[in-house]
Design a protein around this ligand. Structure first.
Ligand SMILES: [Zn+2]
Length: 197
């Protein structure tokens, strides 16, 4: 049976800007909690209770499901699976220095925001999010495509799209088929922060 990952893509209401004019982000735990509240935990039937581990990956205390989240400006992506997954969403800002650095980490020349999301998603799924990658440590292919592709080392299925924002999900490639993606939805309202998280 192919694996499965549930994905939430969320539009975030603006929270204003900080003292240098950057948009104020939403706490990642709040976004995960919103997604968790919209589905039930397989162990308890209530919401999952994801907690961050030392390696920065989050797992549900009850069912062990893995949770991952990412946000940029007013967009967020969250995913849940029975295996360690990583998700990343980016915008199309031009960041040549960052791309040069990431190209070293991936061992291939990155030029598209979609490739950046692939690199981040794989790195998160590997559970190494707390440290800087070594050269060529993130096994991306030289070219990316919309939809599923295997990583350079065939250890990861990577799903990538540019819509509505560039985002990718990385999933362990333990079997020959890519996992099923199930899209879920929830909404994040501007007043959620004061009420909930
Ligand atoms: Zn759970």
């Amino acid at each position: 049976m192919p694996g499965q990952a549930e994905v939430w893509l969320m539009d975030l209401p603006p929270r204003g800007v900080d003292h240098v004019g950057r948009p104020v982000g939403w706490p990642g735990r709040h976004l995960v909690a919103k997604a968790a509240a919209s589905v039930s935990c397989r162990a308890t039937g209530q919401a999952c209770r994801p907690r961050k581990q030392l390696d920065s990956r989050a797992r549900c205390l009850d069912c062990g499901a893995w949770w991952t989240a990412s946000q940029v400006a007013h967009h967020a992506a969250v995913a849940r699976s029975n295996v360690s997954v990583g998700i990343d969403v980016e915008d199309r800002r031009h960041r040549p220095a960052a791309f040069r650095r990431a190209s070293r980490w991936c061992g291939v020349a990155l030029s598209a925001a979609e490739q950046w999301t692939q690199a981040e998603a794989v790195w998160k799924a590997m559970g190494a999010g707390r440290r800087t990658p070594n050269d060529s440590e993130i096994p991306l292919n030289e070219s990316w495509q919309v939809g599923w592709q295997l990583s350079r080392d065939s250890q990861w299925w990577i799903y990538t799209t540019g819509q509505p924002q560039p985002w990718s999900l990385a999933f362990p490639a333990d079997d020959g088929n890519p996992p099923n993606l199930i899209f879920r939805s929830t909404t994040v309202a501007a007043d959620n922060l004061t009420k909930g998280a």
